[in-house]
Design a protein around this ligand. Sequence first.
Ligand SMILES: [Zn+2]
Length: 46
Amino acid sequence: MVRTDPYTPKRSYYECQECGYREAADSLGSCPSCQGPVRNIAVARE
Ligand SMILES: [Zn+2]
């Protein structure tokens, strides 16, 4: 039987392109550490 889990945690990860800082957030405009540009990286799902 295949069931769809109604609880699917959705979390975005952002990684700073300058210092590599990572943070899980809904949205992140810039690195809180160095104010550098961040990019959304996909998180591997289990
Ligand atoms: Zn940074």
